[in-house]
Design a protein around this ligand. Structure first.
Ligand code: ADP
Ligand code: MG
Length: 310
């Protein structure tokens, strides 16, 4: 269907094992279509295969088998057009230290065959907040500035699809906000956005739809609202006023005593209310000094989704 921005069929990637290592099945037959105009989140724990998938889209990693179609262009049959349709902000910082931001943008535009008259480096520099640093060597830029420059480089050929691989991993709140604002603006202008993350919160804030990938397979795919309903594991951590003698018990609640004397109560927010959990704590005679709730560990969530969905 031409309405899809991306279409993957039975996509597989097997890395050869390095010296004596077994081969690694990083993608095990991924079928996925990503609609045009969306902000689509690819969510999964470290090692799930997110970067492998992104790097195949970007043409940086060669797939083992399967079909990849980008903006309606088959990657094998129309490599030039499919490449022109997509811009990728990679996870790794891979900037040439001797280029200035302006130079890096111009070189990138040259690589994509963008004619001089169609280049818009000044506008990009303004958007990523690097106008003041336009002529500074990349090696003098901070980590945050380099990440912004990577975003700029992904945009030089005005791609229909922008892919961001863990755009906010390890960045400060200010930069995260700036990236999110930019992403929203670009999407409002019609650009399809695909981002990978292992932060549920980030997917929640940004994405219309989410696919969850674990160990090389897509294990779930849904609208963000529906997905969050499924990812409803919570943990309440109670710090008692005095040492706990009896652990609280209740239906749908798993309890654990931590070495620091606090009690962790795990439950699903759609099945059990926080009030009901607190009730079991009081019923066990525990007086509460402090309490907080945590979202369930994503690793656990991925595991349970993987096992429950086969
Ligand atoms: P993610 O981005 O979700 O963290 P990756 O796509 O980077 O996951 O990695 C998926 C799996 O493939 C991991 O087990 C990783 O160790 C392995 N892998 C990634 N790149 C290579 C490579 N060049 N050679 C061998 N194994 C690799
Ligand atoms: Mg990665």
């Amino acid at each position: 269907m031409s309405e899809d921005a991306i279409r993957l069929e039975s996509l597989r990637k097997t890395y050869k094992g390095r010296k004596g290592q077994p081969e690694k099945h990083a993608l095990k037959g991924v079928d996925l279509n990503i609609p045009r105009g969306s902000v689509f989140g690819l969510l999964g724990p470290n090692g799930a295969g997110k970067s492998t998938l992104i790097n195949i889209l970007a043409g940086l990693v060669k797939k083992t088998s399967g079909r990849v179609s980008i903006w309606g262009f088959d990657q094998d049959e129309n490599p030039r057009q499919s490449r022109a349709s997509i811009g990728v902000m990679p996870q790794e910082l891979n900037l040439d230290p001797f280029f200035t931001p302006r130079g890096a943008l111009e070189v990138q535009a040259g690589l994509y065959g963008v004619p001089k008259a169609d280049r818009y480096s000044d506008e990009i520099l303004r958007m990523i907040g690097l106008e003041d640093k336009a002529e500074a060597y990349a090696r003098t830029l901070s980590g945050g500035m380099r990440r912004r420059l990577l975003l700029g480089k992904a945009l030089v050929h005005r791609p229909n699809i922008l892919v961001l691989d863990e755009p906010t991993a390890g960045v400060d709140i200010e930069l995260r906000q700036m990236l999110w604002d930019n992403i929203r603006k670009l999407n409002a202008q019609g650009m399809t956005i695909i981002l990978t993350t292992h932060y549920l919160e980030e997917a929640e804030e940004m994405c219309d739809e989410i696919a969850i990938i674990n160990q090389g397979s897509v294990v779930a795919r849904d609208t963000t609202a529906n997905m969050l309903g499924r990812l409803d594991g919570r943990a309440m951590v109670v710090h008692p006023a005095s040492p706990v003698e009896t652990l609280p018990q209740g239906p749908g609640i798993e309890t654990e005593l931590r070495p620091d004397g606090s009690v962790v109560l795990r439950y699903r927010s759609q099945v059990t209310t926080a009030e009901a959990v607190l009730e079991t704590v009081r019923a066990a005679g525990i007086s509460i000094r402090d309490v907080k709730t945590e979202e369930a560990d994503l690793e656990d969530v991925f595991l349970s989704l993987t096992s429950s969905l086969g």
